[in-house]
Each structure stands twice: as C-alpha cells, then as structure tokens.
Write a protein that binds this ligand. Structure first.
Ligand SMILES: C[S@@+](CC[C@H](N)C(=O)[O-])C[C@H]1O[C@@H](n2cnc3c(N)ncnc32)[C@H](O)[C@@H]1O
Length: 405
C-alpha cells in the first residue's frame, strides 16, 4: 500500500494485483448509489463519506471503476499522509516525499486542494506551499523542475487537509468523469451526466420497464438510460482520456483486458422496453438527436416535440424521470402554473402504470404540483439546492383524479 506515515519515505508502487485504498468522488446524495456500483465492480471495505466513497482494490479495480462507474466524478489514489501544524511543516513534509519516483521532470502537474478546520484556512495557500515544496525538491536535486498546468496536467494531485491531518492523493481520472464524451450539443440547462445517472439509479430503474423524460432538453437522462439499458460502460465514448494512462505504473495490458471485459457486455442485456423523450423546444430536441446519433443510440430512443401535457408516456409500466425548468437558466412565464399543469398531467394522463420523479430547486413551485411526494431526496444541481421527488402515481392519484373529474 502506498500510504506514508510521517516518514517521508518513498511509497512503493503496486504490482497489478496488490490491494490499496482509493477514494471515489461523487455528488451529495449519490454516495450510496456509487457504493453499490463499486461493490458490483468488486471493491472491498467500502465506506460512504461525504460526497465520496472510500474503498479498497487493486489496479485493475482502479481501471474498472474509472471506466464503468456512472456516478463517480473521479477516482483518487492516496499516496501520502502526515500531520502538519503550520505551512512550514506542510512544506517540509511534502519536500521529503520522493516525487521523482512519481513524476518525471518534464511532466506537468496541478494541485487541487480542500481544507477544513482551523489550522489551514486557505486551501489556495496550502496548495501553493505544496507546489513550492515539489518544485524546490526537483530543482535542488536535478537542476530542473516540472511545470504547473492547470488545464491539462499529466498529474493531478488532490491535497486534503482536515485540521492538521494532510492526505495527498493522485487523481487517476484526469478530466472529470461526468465528461462522458457523447455531448455534441447542449441545451440551455443541461444536467450533469453523473447527476442524471444518479437520479435514474436513485429512482430504482433496473431496465425492466419503459423510461420517459417529458422535458428531455438535450437528452442527458435519455442517453444515460439508454447506456444502462445496453450495458455501455460510462466512459465508452471518452476516447481513453484517463490520467492513469500517464502514470509510471500504468500497465497497458491490464487496462486493455479490463476494457475488453467490460466492452464484451455491451448489448448483452435483455432490455425490451421503450425509452422516450419529449420537449417543447424543437431546436433543443435536435440537439438531443445529435447527441443520440453520436452515441449510436438514436435507434433506441424515440423523441417527440410538444408540450408535456399533450404527450402520453409509452404504454405499459413506465418510469418517468425529468428535470423541468426551475426558472434559473430557463425562464418560464409562470413557473407555479407550469408545475400545477405537470401535477395535473401526472394525475390525469400518466396514472396506473407510472411512477414519476422530478428534480427541482424551486421549492415554491414544487408545492403547486398538488401531489404528495412519497420521497424527497436532497441533491445538488451545481450550486442549486434541489429535491428529487418521487410520485407513486399508481397509488391513489388515479383515484384522486377520478374523484376530481
Ligand atoms: C432544465 S431543461 C432540461 C435539460 C435536460 N435534462 C438536459 O440535460 O439537457 C428543461 C427543459 O424543459 C423544456 N420545457 C419547458 N416547458 C416545457 C413544456 N411545457 N413541455 C415540454 N418541455 C418543456 C425546455 O425546453 C427545456 O429543454
């Protein structure tokens, strides 16, 4: 294992099958869902943290988690851990690490940092001190130093400081894993891909019934659903852009074998239901079409153009998951009236075989749906505090709507 404890010694590199600790980053509210995904990948000693999941496994698991986990933003590998009570101690401890065993002098690197507690109050300065220590060590020992690149660094390090406890981790993903690679066009308010996948999983979709998004925009929920239905790995369209491929310990053979194992599962499921999307805005629907075509999923998804109240869901058992406007980026004349209309449509058009979920940050408009949600899950959509609401339409709403009629 690669953890250092206060001794500044070089961390040994793992052989492919040696187990070590990792941390997968995610969004608030998706920790349990990600833990389940990691369990399915073969992770051990899984522990849910805040916006992250700690687990253990070998290098093959690191490759696999990066490739298939739909609700992970990044997979991090801790490699040094120590205590520091001030900036000088932080510098000294970082300087002791044999960085030359980790990166070459002609590599680029960057440091992301988070601090909590009273010892280090400015994460930026902590990152700067860490960068100085790395650079000084290289300069003193080799007369040259690696450069910092905040855009596309070969090595992305995470510095986590809680009180006086410092952990340094290597980001094995590089670019955030929500950047799946299938987005060719975006609407005004596209939902983050990791959040979309997390919502579908929180809604409990097992690819065993139809899936419908009545306000699909550029189609993120539809594409994530179609990828799940076809067993397409989360990063299938990413063109291999993973930071771990630049690591000294990267093993091309192992990576290829993990990727081949996962790619073999594509299309192996027995999904036999419909995936439908609808949007009032034709232009945005054309963007959805473009994204679906790029992902070669256009034959798996039907798109409709119109207002949600004029479009029935597919026949049969259907899960509805949607991300309506919240009035933040997409302006709607009367949001309360729109949510009321949505509630009416849920009751009167969807009923019987449907269960509906929607995410919103507009708590006032939410009240106008006029149906009692059976679940309210707190989620964040970017900076927006949201609720993900479940409406079990088959449980009484039909009756309620009949009484009202
Ligand atoms: C927040 S966006 C959805 C974004 C989408 N999840 C994505 O990833 O691109 C909300 C969508 O609702 C659509 N919309 C607004 N009013 C609608 C209505 N009455 N019927 C159907 N769609 C509507 C908008 O055109 C917009 O595309």
């Amino acid at each position: 294992m690669i953890i250092q404890k206060n001794n500044g010694k070089v961390v040994p590199q793992q052989s492919g099958r040696e187990k070590f600790k990792m941390v997968a980053k995610t969004m608030m509210g998706l920790e349990e869902v990600l833990a389940e995904e990691l369990r399915e990948c073969g992770a051990e000693n899984i522990e849910c943290l805040s916006r992250a999941v700690a687990f253990e496994g070998d290098m093959r698991l690191l490759y696999r988690a990066n490739y298939v986990c739909r609700t992970a933003l990044a997979i991090l590998k801790p490699f040094a851990e120590f205590d520091a009570n001030n900036e000088q101690e932080l510098y000294d401890q970082v300087y002791k690490i044999r960085w030359e065993k980790i990166l070459d002098v002609d590599c680029t690197f960057m440091i992301e940092s988070t601090t909590s507690g009273e010892v280090f109050t400015h994460s930026y300065y902590a990152a700067l001190k860490t960068k100085d220590a790395i650079v000084d060590r290289f300069r003193r020992n080799f007369g040259q130093r690696p450069s910092v690149d905040t855009e596309n660094a070969d090595y992305k390090f995470s510095l986590h400081i809680r009180d006086n406890h410092v952990t340094l981790l290597m980001n094995s993903s590089g670019e955030s894993l929500h950047k799946r690679g299938y987005r060719q066009a975006v609407g005004l308010a596209p939902i983050n891909e990791v959040l979309a996948a997390g919502m579908i999983k929180l809604a409990g979709w097992k690819c065993d019934c139809n899936f419908y998004d009545p306000m699909c925009g550029s189609g993120t929920l539809l594409i994530e659903a179609a990828m799940m239905a076809n067993n397409i790995p989360a990063q299938y369209y990413r063109e291999d852009r993973f930071a771990f491929k630049r690591w000294k310990e990267f093993n091309l053979g192992e990576w290829k074998s993990v990727k081949a194992q996962e790619d073999k599962k594509i299309g192996s499921g027995d999904f036999d239901c419909e995936i439908w999307g609808n949007d009032i805005d034709l232009q945005v629907l054309q963007q959805a079409e473009k994204n679906l075509e790029y992902a070669k999923l256009h034959k798996d998804v039907m798109l409709f153009n119109g207002s949600f109240e004029d479009q029935d869901p597919p026949e049969g058992k259907t899960l509805i998951v949607t991300n309506p406007p919240y009035g933040e980026r997409i302006k709607v004349e009367d949001l309360n009236a729109m949510y009321e209309q949505l509630g009416d449509t849920f009751k009167k058009r969807y009923g019987e075989n449907c269960e509906a979920w929607l995410i919103t940050s507009d708590f006032e408009a939410m009240k106008h749906i006029g149906l009692k949600p059976s679940k309210k899950i707190p989620l964040m959509n970017g900076q927006l505090d949201c609720r993900f609401l479940q409406f079990e339409l088959y449980k009484g709403s039909k009756k309620a709507s009949k009484n009202e009629d």
